[in-house]
Each structure stands twice: as C-alpha cells, then as structure tokens.
Design a protein around this ligand. Structure first.
Ligand code: KDG
Length: 334
C-alpha cells in the first residue's frame, strides 16, 4: 500500500533541444512532466511507496506517461485511461535567463475532465495513506479537477494523513486574483505549505503580483500562510536555499534556513521545486530534523537543475546521500 498519494495531471513535456526563444526551437525532446508526477517519481526514487491519481488520454502519449510512471515504480492503479480525450501536452523553451515561455495544450485533456469520482474510485488508497501531496496546478486546470483535489484532501484528512500543498501558481492557467482565494481555502486544510517566495507572499496577501512578492520578507510571507492554519511553511528561495517557518517549543515562530547547494551551471531549472518537495517530504516522513529536510530538498533541487527535463536528475537515495556528503564538487569520482 502507498504511504504517499498525489493527484494531478501528468503531461508530455516537449522541451526545446537547443537554448533560446521558443519560436527559434528547431526540435524538441519528448519528456514526461507535471508537478505532482515529478514529486511522485522523486519519492519513488528515494524508495518510498507512492501512488498517483489522475487520468491520461487513450493515445500514444498516455501510454508514454503510464510506462514512465510504472517504470519508476509509482503505483498507477488509480491513473486511468479516458477514451476520447487527449493526454495533456506542454511545449517549452530552454533558457539560462529570464522567464521560460511555455505553450500548454491541456484544455479538454483527460486529466482536466477528471472529477471527485477518480478519488472515490481509489478510496482504499486514500484511507491507507500517511501523506497526500497536492499542488496549485490541478485546481487551475478545470472546475472538476479542482473538485477532485477537494475530495482527495477531505479523504486524506479523514484518514489523519498529512496534507501538503505546493502553491505552484501558473499564470498561463489562471491569474493571481483567481488563484489566491482557492489556494488560501486549500491551505487552510493543509498541515504543510510549500512555495517560492513570490507565491507564498501573494497567497499570504502581502503582494498583489508574483513580481512584487519576490521582494517580500520570507518570514513575514511564511507567517501570513501560517495564520491560515498550516503548522509548517517552507519557502523555496532558489539560489538562496530554503527556509522553514514553524512554531517553536514555546509556541513562538522559529525559522530554520539551509543554504542552496552551489550549482556551477544551471542547465534547466524546471522541476527543481518538485525535486525539493519530494526530498523534503521523504525526510519529514522520517521525522528528520527540519534542517536535514531542507538540506535534502536543496540537494535534490540542485541535482535536477543540472540536467534537462523534470525527471532526469531526480536522485536515488544513494545519489542524494553522495551529493549531501560531497557537495556539488564535480571532481569526485565514485
Ligand atoms: O514544476 C514543474 C511543472 O511546472 C511542470 O512539470 C509542468 O505541471 C506543470 C505545469 O503545469 O506547469
């Protein structure tokens, strides 16, 4: 039985094979992605039993997704094929600097058509799990997918599982003003919230846009989320490492901060946040010290930004341990 469950849209991600603007990309590498699937694979590589709930289309890309997730050891019993609906696709550029341009082909996708029934069909999976991880992406793809996430949270809470939410605001799917009330209501029912500083600040109500949010004090932003209910808030700060804000023994808020693992050359930053989340959840499930969890998350993120694609660099347990022991020195031969 899976100890961790996640629900979302697993997509085919076509990543430009050369750097530069999307309009100039001559060819693409076919990869598998989707924030929740990235977390599921990250956890499976660390040896965790993890189940993925969702829908793929009855097409070749759906087959690719199923083969990839199964091959990684993710329990796909609740990842069903929907006849007559396509598997979602995203196409993105590869860039060293600046925001990355993305084209989504996911309107009407199999996953966007899922509703609470997918969760009810997997009820045993939920009642046996210790942890449910959701993100802000799935509620953005359709009203029925948002209802599926709601139902998953409800069942996980009934089973007394920890619910974690990665805010993952995607402005190609919805605006900040549409996202904030939904994510605040979701955060209210989670024990853990993770996000980039810009996202945490926006959802906390300390900034109106993600750009403004990037300049907010991380502790103030995290406290804004803690005020909604979650006991642990993790702010991912990229090259600045990561910070956790939680209540100390006397009930007053305390901060723990771990520096990032230096990465000499960032090859592809997409998926680093999910890698962080997977390694962090793995350590949290093991009741590790909060600093150890942050360090593991940072190291997993560093491993992913050093390779192209969301899944490629996700470390195994042995790789993560080696990375933590050796740092990011590329001159170590094992
Ligand atoms: O966090 C990485 C994800 O953003 C990527 O895999 C695709 O889920 C995705 C999305 O909707 O952007």
């Amino acid at each position: 039985m899976a100890e961790i469950v996640t629900i979302g849209e697993c997509l085919i991600s076509l990543v430009a094979s050369t750097r530069g603007p999307l309009a100039e990309a001559p060819s693409f590498i076919r990869t598998v992605a989707g924030a929740e699937a990235n977390v599921a694979v990250g956890l499976a590589r660390l040896g965790r039993k993890v189940a993925y709930v969702g829908r793929v289309g009855d097409d070749a890309f759906g087959l690719v997704v199923l083969r990839r997730l199964r091959g990684e050891g993710v329990d796909c019993d609740a990842l069903a094929v929907t006849p007559g609906a396509p598997t979602g696709v995203m196409i993105r550029e590869l860039r060293d600097v600046g925001p990355m341009e993305v084209i989504y082909h996911r309107a009407g996708s199999a996953a966007s058509r899922m509703g609470p029934e997918v969760v009810d069909a997997a009820i045993r999976t939920f009642s046996d799990c210790r942890w449910l991880h959701v993100t802000g992406i799935t509620p953005a793809i359709s009203a029925s997918a948002a209802a599926a996430v709601e139902r998953a949270v409800e069942l996980a809470r009934e089973a007394d599982a920890v619910v974690s939410l990665d805010l993952n605001i995607r402005r190609r799917l919805w605006s900040e003003s549409a996202a904030v009330p939904v994510l605040r209501a979701l955060a209210d029912r989670c024990r853990v919230v993770l996000g980039g500083l810009d996202e945490v600040a926006v959802v906390a109500g300390l900034a109106g846009t993600l750009e403004e949010g990037a300049d907010v004090d991380p502790e103030a932003a995290a406290d804004g989320i803690r005020a909604l209910g979650p006991g642990r808030v993790v702010v991912k700060l990229g090259a600045g490492g990561a910070l956790e804000r939680r209540a100390g023994p006397d009930g007053l808020p305390v901060s723990l901060r771990a520096p990032a693992l230096p990465v000499p050359h960032v090859v592809d930053p997409v998926g680093a946040g999910d890698a962080f989340t997977a390694a962090w959840i793995d350590r949290a499930l093991a009741d590790a010290e909060p600093l150890e969890a942050l360090r593991a998350g940072n190291a997993a993120g560093a491993a992913v930004v050093s390779t192209v694609g969301d899944l490629t660099g996700l470390p195994t347990r042995r790789e993560l341990d080696a990375l933590l022991a050796a740092g990011s020195r590329p001159d170590t031969i094992r």
